[in-house]
Design a protein around this ligand. Structure first.
Ligand code: ADP
Length: 528
């Protein structure tokens, strides 16, 4: 018993879940629309059928009336009694004619203009059929009114418009009644004649039609519509399910998974493409993150290992204070390097996560170059390198001065590091189209072509050679930071280098007010 209750609960939960699904809703909408249209069409067809059947009945009554009036029925005075009677003229030996007359007489009433039933000469009984007597009767007053209406509307001999009525007998059978006026032979008096026919067959046809359609066709078609809708919706939603399943399988370790495209060019293909691209981007940034954490741990491990080594050696071998001092001095140097790395990383991660807000203002790049050239003059002289700076007027940019200075400082320190004694470093800026072009070039050792695409990557250092300082001295973070600053200022950076001859970094930043200051762009000032 307990199990049954649980099963029922599960079933209810599954049904509830399914009814909230897109497939269910699509199918329900489709089926509802389908049923609505079907019911509408069936209803319209039924109305058409009912109309046609009624027309058939009225046409048949019209025909009967024409035959009746033509020669079968005449209202004449009985020569004996002098009263008006209904006389029937037809060949009593002809079975066809007899059938027609008997058929007409089935639902029949003939009265005078006062509504009094006249005698049937043939049967010598009142000219009203038994069937008619079973129907709701018209009162003499109603009959008089209709006759009056007819007589005023139509002249004798003129074909008149009949009165149409529907009456139901006690058993519920429906009859169509046609009432009209007929004149006597001499056209003295009008007589009222009602002819009728049973509509039971029509009603039966309509009833069967309704039962067949509403109890048979519509439920079957609805079921079929639901089934087809369910299948079609299921097929249409298969790719969505695939996307969901693939998405579920994707974790940090298998980001290479992709959903195969169906090449149908539809919305779902677009969804798959978008999803795949998103995974691609995720994979790329995951890769970067992995690389980054590997690099960081490597970078941190080197100085830590060095510190540990130095301290261990000192502990085991050092005997004098000087030896301890030297070990501690070396360890401190490595700790400095560690904190340098940590600081640089912190700054870079702040920059890349958007936490480092730029304080942008209109900035004259000429003044910045002038300041920095001055600052670097002494180290350059110390390194035996000639430093010159040139800035054309009108180098205005919308930038954060601190970051721009940091960018140029990084480039200048690199140039100084990698340019041997007797070399030269040239710093220059000029307006170019809608930008300002900044160039930092040196006659240093240059960078081999295979390293050029990587120098802006974090921790990337070109393996050192010859006179250049050991690569461990740099952190390999300077150019990543330069690249970020250029990007943050909507600029572009480019590098050209020839090993042994020199390197040239070109940065283009959007200019401001360049159009307003064309005449100032003329003389170049030697800032060095
Ligand atoms: P670092 O902080 O170690 O200098 P960077 O990111 O600034 O690292 O530079 C990456 C590498 O690019 C350096 O290791 C160096 O080999 C190379 N490089 C950068 N600037 C120059 C230059 N002006 N001349 C030659 N090599 C350079």
């Amino acid at each position: 018993m307990r199990l049954r209750a649980r099963d029922l609960y599960r079933l209810a939960r599954d049904v509830r879940r399914a009814s909230r699904g897109l497939r269910f809703r699509l199918t329900a909408t489709y089926a509802a629309l389908f049923v609505l249209m079907l019911v509408g069409a069936v209803w319209l067809a039924r109305a058409q059928l009912a109309g046609s059947l009624e027309t058939l009945a009225t046409d048949s009554l019209d025909e009967d009336w024409t035959a009746l009036k033509g020669n079968i029925l005449r209202i004449e005075r009985n020569p004996d009694s002098g009263a008006y009677e209904a006389y029937w003229y037809y060949d009593k030996d002809d079975p066809d004619e007899t059938t027609v007359v008997l058929d007409i007489k089935k639902v029949l009433l003939i009265t005078d203009s006062a509504g009094k039933v006249i005698e049937d000469h043939e049967t010598e009984a009142p000219a009203v059929s038994t069937v008619y007597q079973g129907l709701p009767q018209d009162t003499p007053a109603q009959i008089q009114a209709r006759v009056r209406q007819w007589v005023t509307a139509h002249k004798p001999g003129q074909a008149g418009k009949p009165f149409w009525m529907q009456k139901r007998d006690h058993a519920g059978k429906l009859f169509q009644i046609r009432a009209a006026v007929m004149w006597d032979e001499k056209r003295h008096d009008p007589f009222y004649v009602e002819l009728g026919t049973s509509l039971a067959k029509n009603e039966e046809i309509l009833r069967r039609y309704s039962v067949m359609t509403f109890a048979g066709v519509i439920p079957c078609a609805t079921l079929l519509g639901w089934l087809v809708g369910w299948l079609v919706a299921g097929r249409a939603l298969t790719p969505v399910r695939d996307v969901a399943q693939t998405a579920q399988r994707i974790t940090g370790s298998n980001l290479g998974l992709r959903i195969p495209s169906r090449h149908s060019g539809d919305e779902l293909d677009y969804l798959i493409l978008t999803f795949n691209r998103m995974i691609e981007r995720l994979e790329a940034s995951f890769g970067q993150m992995k690389q980054f954490s590997a690099d960081v741990s490597h970078e941190l491990r080197t100085p830590i290992t060095a510190i540990r080594g130095q301290l261990e050696v000192a502990l085991m071998t050092a005997g004098t204070t000087d030896q301890y001092r030297e070990a501690m001095f070396n360890a401190l140097q490595d700790i400095d390097r560690l904190s340098q790395i940590v600081r640089a990383l912190l700054l870079l991660s702040q920059a890349e996560s958007g936490q480092l807000a730029l304080a942008r203002a209109r900035l004259d790049l000429g003044l910045v170059l002038e300041d920095l050239a001055e600052q670097f003059q002494i180290p350059a002289e110390g390194a035996g390198v000639q430093l010159t700076a040139q800035c054309a007027a009108g180098c205005f940019i919308d930038a954060d001065r601190v970051q721009i200075e940091r960018m140029i400082t990084n480039l200048l320190s690199n140039a100084l590091k990698f340019t041997p004694v007797g070399g030269a470093i040239r710093l220059s800026a000029r307006p170019l189209d809608a930008s300002v072009e900044l160039v930092v070039e040196d006659t240093g050792r240059g960078i081999a072509a295979q390293h050029l695409p990587h120098i802006f990557d974090r921790f990337y250092r070109v393996p050192g050679s010859g006179t250049a300082p050991a690569p461990e001295q740099g952190l390999g973070l300077g150019l990543s930071f330069v690249a970020w600053i250029v990007r943050a200022h909507d600029g572009v950076i480019d590098v050209e280098s020839t090993p042994g001859k020199g390197t040239r970094f070109t940065i283009k930043l959007p200019a401001v007010g360049a159009a307003a200051l064309p005449e100032l762009a003329a003389p170049a000032t030697d800032l060095a």
